[in-house]
Design a binder for this molecule. Sequence first.
Ligand SMILES: Nc1nc2c(c(=O)[nH]1)N[C@H]1C(S)=C(S)[C@@H](COP(=O)(O)O)O[C@H]1N2
Ligand SMILES: [Mo]
Length: 525
Amino acid sequence: MRMRWAGPVIGVVAGAVAIGVAQLFAGLLNPRAFPVIAVGDTVIDLTPAQIKDWAIATFGVYDKVVLLGGIAVLLTGFAALIGAAARRKAGYGLAGVGLFAAVGIAAVLARPDTALFDVLPTVFGGIAGAVALLVLLRRADPRHAPARPGPEEILSGAEPAPAPEAESMIVPDRRRLLTGLAVGVGVAGVAGALGRAISGRMEVGEARTALTLPKPTVPLAPLPAGVDFKVPGLSPFVTPNKDFYRIDTALFVPQVSPSDWRLRIHGLVDRPVELTLDDLMRRKLVEADVTLCCVSNEVGGPLIGNARWLGVPMADVLRDVGIQAGADMLLSRSADGWTCGPPVDVVMDGRNALFAIGMNGEALPVDHGFPVRQVVPGLYGYVSATKWVVDIKVTRFADDQGYWTPRGWSAKGPVKTQSRIDVPKLGEKVKAGKVTVAGVAWAQHRGIEAVEVRIDQGSWHQARLAEVPGLDTWRQWSYDWDATRGRHRIEVRATDKEGHTQPEERTPVAPDGATGWHGVIVEVV
Ligand SMILES: Nc1nc2c(c(=O)[nH]1)N[C@H]1C(S)=C(S)[C@@H](COP(=O)(O)O)O[C@H]1N2
Ligand SMILES: [Mo]
């Protein structure tokens, strides 16, 4: 009857109380001061690039779910250990809670968007966890069990006063402990749920819904009818916002209220400015069809999407502030401290590089950078597409680096010409006869000139190309294949309008984007 399980369970429940209370205070004070998220974000920043690349490659857009699951497992394990140690000696437990809180505090303070005040949720959580630990330990300790007269004592009327040596004979009060644990779970659950609810109200979803997007100063012509072959399984030309891939280092999506948003532009400029959203929306607004893709996209991968963006040309704003001679990089920073540095000449060369506020006819979704993000056609997202952008330092590649550069990725990231087979899918069984092979190809800002398909390494056949509104989007292609029974390998390659054909050689995504031809093997029956 030593209740060996009690220590670990007490640890886990005390840990839950700590986290629930921390969440409650984070909800009241600042959702970003929730230590679990701060630790997760710090882990992401400290994780070696290869592991991050592997996580994106393996889990794709679910990488964060996996990370959060991993953190939950680790936290539970540590809490169980602390509880087990605490049952030997309460001091060990308190030291463990202290260590926990210290890690949380360090992570909160290490976030770029927190202040000293933001350690309070962790401190209160730590105190609540320590109290819960001590109370539960006491309840698990037979010496503190309430006096329960034994049969002889009832007979003799003696006071129950167990001698210390007799400890093992004393039955710990299981029910008292279980009640304590249940109360602990309840406190953790209620505090956590309340904290989440309050943080939720501080989120900007409502402000986003309330924001009326201005009309573009120069409306863009509707998309030509021929942009979309509408082949089942083929990526639609316009990616619906809800299906648009999401990649960023933020576990807790920055909640930037439109009324608080400011864009500060400084550094090597003649006239530094700080713009509000109204300032931005009063400027000339344009629409642009631009395909955004991630440098971490493997050949044939899903990390690409196409949207009609509404925004202010970055070049217009930057011309007003006056970029000084010698500046060659725009180090832009998000509300949560992520940075990237597109080259000045690319942003200023007349392409549709935008401070975007709208995506496919709605305000930017919060996950995609509300209220303002950058979109630069022709550059991978990691060097150009800052979401929740709040600051631009006009600088030089010689002096500054974006987030991913010291992590093993190239400082400059022009998009490589690529193509993907969407249908048939890898391993699909198709019927012999006419089979539509279709997919997308992209070489943003250069444009796709041709797409070729080959079967079983035979000769290349020209695919039919869909229409495009300009050079900055992907282009659908399709090829009618007369399929014969058996296993066949279909491959695709694209040529851009500069005459560059995708090389066959496969290279990894790091440091500047994968190369190679996408191929699928299908079964024709
Ligand atoms: N603030 C911020 N912006 C960011 C990132 C980020 O981690 N933080 N990731 C970039 C990368 S790597 C890509 S591919 C695009 C993805 O944009 P999306 O999530 O809207 O598809 O955002 C870019 N902008
Ligand atoms: Mo990316």
